[in-house]
Design a binder for this molecule. Structure first.
Ligand SMILES: [Zn+2]
Ligand SMILES: [Zn+2]
Length: 283
């Protein structure tokens, strides 16, 4: 994966409100581009992939579904024969390492408005037997998507362990590995895996900082009970911090700079500054 891709993506927050209805063409594609038809839309030069579920899917063997554990199972692209890991399917699988969010929209009525269901992380994918549009049995790719909102700052930051025995190079290797989405044996495995991948990225970024805020460069304001400098992992492109992410999109910040990155009048400038600064050591 090329870091040039990440560097070309500027910081932005999505203008969509949860559960609000939008006109697909006018509100989404006119503004951001991307394919106006089909389930997976991959606009260029925008840090996101739009996926659509709902009306029409079940006619062709699609069985998208929210499960009780909160994950959403999304059937990939391809109406006839075995599905291939290419185009839109590949974009979903590799969204973390390409610095793209997955935005899910639900179409309740054919040709009608689409409802924004939130931002998701691809936890894993598996092949499942389904019937295609011609009535033939085929292997379909089913993605296990985890809501980004499930990653809370507080919970995530409490879970940091002392990892000083591992070298920075090894931590970085693990973090880059964590940016790629695995094929999984079950939805449960995908859910557990996504938590582990999230933690690995955070551990590396905190180690990379050397105990200094990557924004103001001051030392961490205090040590935790485990004896580690206290800094928070800020996911530059995300509203909520946590989840697997590319290390070039995550910064270790002191609590003040972190609040500023989310709520400051200059938050856009600050986040772009951080992206630029971090990309220099993530080449
Ligand atoms: Zn700071
Ligand atoms: Zn943050």
């Amino acid at each position: 994966m090329s870091n040039c891709v990440l560097r070309s993506i500027l910081y932005m927050l999505w203008p969509f409100e949860l559960h609000r209805a939008y006109h697909r063409r006018n509100d989404i594609h006119a503004r951001f581009g991307g394919q106006q038809q089909g389930g997976i839309s991959t606009p260029a030069n925008v840090p996101g992939i739009f996926i659509f579920t709902g009306q029409g899917g079940s006619d062709v063997g699609y069985q998208d579904d929210f499960l009780p554990d909160g994950t959403f199972h999304y059937t990939g692209q391809g109406q006839v024969g075995d599905m291939l890991m290419s185009r839109g399917n590949l974009a979903i699988r590799d969204h973390v390492q390409n610095g793209k969010d997955i935005l899910l929209f639900h179409q309740t009525k054919k040709g009608g408005l689409v409802r924004f269901e939130g931002i998701f992380v691809c936890g894993g994918w598996e092949f499942k037997d389904q019937i295609d549009i011609t009535g033939q049995k085929r292997k379909a790719i089913v993605f296990v998507l985890v809501p980004q909102k499930d990653f809370l700052v507080e919970m995530e930051d409490q879970a940091v362990e002392v990892v000083s025995k591992i070298s920075l190079t090894d931590l970085r290797e693990r973090a880059l590995q964590a940016a790629s989405t695995p094929q999984v044996s079950s939805a449960r495995a995908a859910l557990e895996d996504v938590r582990v991948r999230s933690k690995v990225v955070r551990e590396y970024v905190l180690a990379r900082s050397g105990g200094r805020c990557e924004s103001c460069e001051k030392e961490a304001p205090f040590f935790t009970a485990l004896g580690q400098p206290y800094l928070e992992a800020h996911h530059i492109h995300k509203l909520s911090d946590g989840g697997p992410d590319h290390p070039a999109s995550v910064a270790a910040l002191c609590p003040n700079c972190h609040r500023r990155a989310h709520w400051g009048a200059d938050s856009t400038e600050l986040n772009n500054f951080l992206l630029d600064k971090i990309s220099k050591f993530e080449v």
